[in-house]
Design a protein around this ligand. Structure first.
Ligand code: HEC
Length: 184
């Protein structure tokens, strides 16, 4: 075996190692982000891959996933939220004096007591204590039927946290008494 052949073998081995490392890096990333958060694996997977593609390296994805609701809301765009509300307007009025439709009127809903309109609510909402704060609304709008098991609201939910933040900012603006943004 001469030096040239040894070189070829060494080259092939290094190549295989690089491929192997590359693959394990990618799969580790996938399992790491997909593994926790029970049930939301697909959403997270898509999200982190999108980010890896966008900035070329994976180390930032943990940071991106951990953006707090407070931070999202501080950057929320009311005009974009108004567009997101089109998904709600078939069933909800949000203007002053707007009545109930299939769903209860939503003018002033941020900070309002849960299930406090003159509306035939489901038992799950009717029995719930407290008001519509940021966390509550964010939870409900993510997956209504998971957050309020038994709700009559026939809506799958908004997957994107930015959409929810923009929409909540819009809802909060449709009010005589908008509530304060959450602290960081
Ligand atoms: C297909 C009709 C429908 C769509 C679409 C819909 N909702 Fe609803 N919504 C309802 C119904 C019905 C209820 C009453 C739920 C219950 O009693 O369980 C409700 C309840 C609510 C409540 C509780 C209000 C209260 O008085 O406590 C909020 C907040 C809400 N919806 C927001 C939204 C937002 C924001 C969207 C758009 C992202 C949306 N809904 C889309 C039908 C709908």
């Amino acid at each position: 075996m001469d030096a040239f052949e040894l070189n070829k073998i060494f080259g092939a081995l290094t190549g295989a190692l690089v491929v192997f490392l590359g693959v394990s890096f990618v799969t580790e990333g996938i399992y790491h982000t997909g593994g926790h958060g029970g049930g939301h694996g697909h959403e997270k997977l898509a999200y982190s891959l999108e980010i890896e593609e966008a900035d070329g390296h994976g180390d930032q994805k943990e940071v991106v996933e951990e953006i707090s609701l407070a931070a999202l809301l501080s950057e929320a765009d009311v005009a974009k939220g108004e567009k997101v509300f089109k998904k709600c307007s078939a069933c909800h009025n949000v203007e002053v004096g707007g009545g109930n439709k299939t769903g209860p009127a939503l003018y002033g809903v941020m900070g309002r007591d849960i299930a406090s309109m003159d509306f035939g609510y489901s038992a799950v909402l009717a029995d719930m204590d407290g008001g519509w704060g940021w966390e509550e609304m964010n939870g409900f709008l993510t997956k209504p039927k998971e957050w309020a098991d038994g709700t009559k609201m026939n809506f799958a939910g908004l997957k994107k946290s930015e959409d929810r933040a923009n929409l909540m900012a819009y809802l909060n603006a449709q009010s005589e008494a908008p509530i304060a943004l959450p602290a960081e």
